[in-house]
Design a protein around this ligand. Structure first.
Ligand code: GLV
Ligand code: MN
Ligand code: MN
Length: 416
C-alpha cells in the first residue's frame, strides 16, 4: 500500500447493512419457503444469481473474467500488476439451502471492494473477488468442481462431461445459461486466497466465539453404491428366497453410521440419497442406488472407514444374492491451510477485539482447492445452532460484520 498510512487503513470498516442488503437480495433469487434458497449449480436460478452478482461486480468497477468452467473472477487493479490477492467462495446452493453458505464470502468480498472504492484506496497488489462453479456438488459430483479445475486438479474436459443427478451435463448446462466463458482455467496465478464462510457447525455458537481461524478441512469420501436384486411379490416371497436390493442399501446405510459411532472422534457418515426401484409398497426392490458421505480429519482413519464399509457392503450383498457395484463421486484428502495466513486471520481478529478459536472445517470449501496453488486460509463466523444446508441457516448481523471486517483487514495486509 502506498499513499495511505497504515494507521488509516486500520480504521476502514465495511458497512454491515449494505452487506446484509445484498445477502437479502441474492437470497431472493431461487427463494424457497422458510427463508431458504434453491440455486442448484448451473440451473436457471444459478444463472439469475450469477447475472446479479456479475452486475454488482461491474458496478464496482471490477474487470470480470469468466472461464471455461464458469468460474467468475472480478479484478480490482492495484498499484502494481501481478497475481491478485483473492477473496471468494460460491453462490450455488443445495436444494434446501440457506442464504449464507458461500454467498457470504462472495458478497463480503464485494463489500470490501466498495469500502476501498469509497475511501479512494488503491492496494499495492490487485484484489480479486471470485465465485466458483458447483461448489456444492449436490447436482454434479465432485463438489468444489470449479475451483478444482481452476487449480488444475481436474481436466476441463472431464468436468464438462460430468452428468448430474438429472441427466444433464456440466458442459451443456454452462452453454445453456451463458456461462461457458473464454478465459482459460488451470493457469491463473493467485498471490493468496482468503474465504469468509459461515461455520455450518455448532462450535462457535455453542462456545461463544465470534471468529474461527480455520486451520484446514477434513477429508471427504463420497461413494455411490448400486445394488441389483430381483423384483418379486412382497406378500408371497419367503424371506429366504429374496434378493432384496432395498434391504442391502439400507444395511449399508445403517452400517456406515455404526462405523462412525464406533470410530468416534471426528468420523462422520451420512447416507444422504437413496433411490429404490420400482419404489412401491408391495414390490421387493430390484434396484437400489445409495450414496455414502464419509469424512474425517485424519486420512488414515478415513481410509480405514472406507475399507470397513466396502468389506461390509460386499458381505451383505453376497449373503442376499444381489449384485453390487460402486463408483467414487468425490475423494479429497484432508487439507492444512497456510500457517502464516491462519495466524494472520487470528491476529487480525484479535486486534479487532473479537474472540477467536482455531478450528478445522467440517464442510468442504473452495479454499481447500486454492490451497494447492497459493497460501490460503478461511475465516469462520457462527452459524446459529449449527444449522446449515437448511432453510433456517442464520448468522447474526454483528457476526457478519465482524467476519467481513476481518476479511477486509486480512486482504489489506496481504495486498500491501
Ligand atoms: C459442501 O457444502 C460440503 O458438502 O461440504
Ligand atoms: Mn459453502
Ligand atoms: Mn454448502
Amino acid at each position: 500500500m502506498t499513499g495511505v498510512a497504515i494507521s488509516r487503513t486500520q480504521q476502514f470498516r465495511i458497512d454491515a447493512r449494505r452487506l446484509a442488503a445484498r445477502i437479502e437480495t441474492l437470497g431472493g433469487v431461487g427463494a424457497i419457503a422458510g427463508g431458504g434458497v434453491c440455486r442448484l449449480a448451473l440451473s436457471d436460478e444459478d444463472r439469475a444469481g450469477r447475472d446479479l452478482v456479475v452486475g454488482w461486480m461491474r458496478e464496482l468497477g471490477l474487470t470480470v473474467a469468466i472461464d471455461a468452467i464458469g468460474n467468475v473472477v472480478g479484478v480490482r487493479q492495484g498499484l502494481e500488476s501481478g497475481p491478485p490477492v483473492m477473496a471468494g467462495s460460491h453462490i450455488d446452493t443445495v436444494s434446501t439451502g440457506g442464504r449464507y453458505d458461500g454467498n457470504l464470502g462472495v458478497l463480503a468480498g464485494l463489500e470490501v471492494v466498495r469500502t476501498l472504492n469509497e475511501a479512494g484506496m488503491v492496494t499495492r497488489r490487485p484484489l480479486a473477488v471470485a465465485f466458483f462453479t458447483n461448489e456444492e456438488g449436490a447436482r454434479f459430483s465432485p463438489d468444489m468442481m470449479g475451483s478444482l479445475v481452476f487449480v488444475g486438479g481436474l481436466p476441463l474436459d472431464a468436468a464438462l462431461a460430468t452428468v448430474g443427478i438429472d441427466g444433464a451435463s456440466v458442459g451443456d448446462c454452462l452453454q445453456r445459461i451463458g456461462y461457458a466463458g473464454t478465459a482459460r482455467c488451470g493457469n491463473t496465478p493467485v498471490h493468496a486466497y482468503v474465504e469468509l464462510h459461515i461455520e455450518q457447525g455448532p462450535v462457535l455458537d455453542a462456545d461463544g466465539f465470534t471468529i474461527g481461524a480455520v486451520e484446514g478441512v477434513q477429508g471427504i469420501s463420497w461413494t455411490e453404491f448400486t445394488v441389483g436384486g430381483i423384483a418379486n411379490h412382497a406378500g408371497t416371497t419367503p424371506m429366504r428366497l429374496r434378493h432384496d436390493a432395498g434391504y442391502v442399501a439400507c444395511a449399508i446405510a445403517s452400517h456406515a453410521r455404526a462405523i462412525a459411532r464406533e470410530v468416534g472422534g471426528d468420523q462422520v457418515a451420512t447416507a444422504g440419497a437413496v433411490a429404490l426401484s420400482p419404489n412401491l409398497v408391495n414390490v421387493i426392490p430390484f434396484k437400489a442406488v445409495i450414496t455414502v458421505d464419509l469424512r474425517n480429519t485424519d486420512e488414515a482413519m478415513l481410509q480405514a472407514a472406507e475399507h470397513r464399509l466396502h468389506a461390509y457392503a460386499a458381505e451383505v450383498a453376497a449373503a442376499e444374492g444381489v449384485t453390487l457395484s460402486h463408483r467414487t463421486l468425490a475423494r479429497f484428502e484432508p487439507v492444512a491451510f497456510d500457517p502464516a495466513v491462519v495466524n494472520l486471520v487470528e491476529e487480525t481478529a484479535r486486534a479487532l477485539g473479537h474472540s477467536v478459536r482455531r478450528m478445522p472445517s467440517g464442510a468442504g470449501h473452495d479454499a481447500q482447492m486454492l490451497a494447492r496453488i497459493c497460501p490460503a486460509a478461511m475465516i469462520f463466523v457462527p452459524s446459529a445452532d449449527g444449522i446449515s444446508h437448511n432453510v433456517q441457516e442464520f448468522t447474526s448481523l454483528p457476526d457478519l460484520e465482524a467476519g467481513a471486517n476481518v476479511l477486509l483487514q486480512v486482504l489489506l495486509k496481504l495486498a500491501a
